[in-house]
Design a protein around this ligand. Structure first.
Ligand SMILES: N=c1c2ncn([C@@H]3O[C@H](COP(=O)(O)OP(=O)(O)OP(=O)(O)O)[C@@H](O)[C@H]3O)c2ncn1[C@@H]1O[C@H](COP(=O)(O)O)[C@@H](O)[C@H]1O
Length: 111
């Protein structure tokens, strides 16, 4: 563990950290403990963090929204790792979606 705050940090960086720490001892790593508890537990935590993010957003609490959004993204990385889904697959899907607006995509489904 570095102990220093990196100047630039990406979801790729976080996904790599999660994959690495998932191999650690559950006694020494929250990531490893959550992964060892199974996808159901990790998904439940993701849901909890999503709700906490919703509450922070509705309350207009920007500082808390930053903290809860960070929790949410971290727990999403754990769920993706536990589900064997590379972050790159999700990012490629998001890249694919840039070809059209979300409104156009929704309209195309209704034909
Ligand atoms: N980004 C995070 C991160 N965000 C949140 N959390 C942890 O997620 C847990 C959420 O705590 P909660 O109180 O919401 O829930 P809980 O403690 O599971 O207990 P309950 O309330 O659910 O019963 C806390 O232990 C937080 O520290 C994180 N744990 C780790 N990381 C990253 O992962 C790296 C490796 O961490 P370890 O795997 O612990 O080495 C860290 O250096 C960070 O970069």
């Amino acid at each position: 563990m570095s102990g220093t705050v990196p100047s630039a940090f990406s979801l790729d960086d976080l996904a790599r950290i999660v994959a690495e720490r998932a191999k650690a001892s559950p006694d020494e790593s929250y990531t490893a403990r959550l992964v060892s508890e199974g996808q159901g537990r990790a998904a439940k935590k993701l849901g909890e963090e999503a709700v906490e993010t919703v509450i922070a957003a509705i309350e207009g609490d920007r500082k808390q929204l930053v903290a809860e959004a960070a929790d949410l993204l971290y727990h999403l990385m754990v769920v993706l790792h536990a589900g064997g889904v590379p972050l790159q697959d999700v990012l490629q899907e998001l890249a694919r979606r840039t070809a059209q607006s979300g409104l156009a995509e929704k309209a195309s489904r209704q034909k």
